[in-house]
Design a protein around this ligand. Structure first.
Ligand code: FES
Length: 88
């Protein structure tokens, strides 16, 4: 799998949409699945607050609004089935 980069906003508006939990769960999944090619970092407010936690994938200009760690995996192109298979 190629290197992938996830930036999750740590601003107050996104914290209200559980960005801390999403980041923590994503790091837990990364650790449990040995997905070392995925880097996760927290970044300041991107001024697009509301409707979910603001996440930028692979340093593109596009910012997506997500509500669950699974949504981040989808944005990375990692299906839940792959995660489950990796655990088996
Ligand atoms: S608080 Fe996250 S975009 Fe503003």
């Amino acid at each position: 799998m190629r290197e992938q980069n996830v930036e999750i906003c740590r601003g107050p508006g996104c914290k209200a949409w559980s960005s801390d939990r999403i980041a923590r769960e994503l790091l837990e999944i990364r650790e449990a699945q040995n997905l070392d090619e995925i880097s996760v970092c927290r970044i300041p407010c991107m001024n697009v607050c509301g409707s979910g936690a603001s996440v930028r994938v692979n340093s593109t200009r596009k910012i997506v609004k997500l509500k669950e760690a699974g949504d981040v995996l989808n944005a990375l192109g990692i299906r839940k089935a792959e995660v489950v298979a990796h655990l088996a």
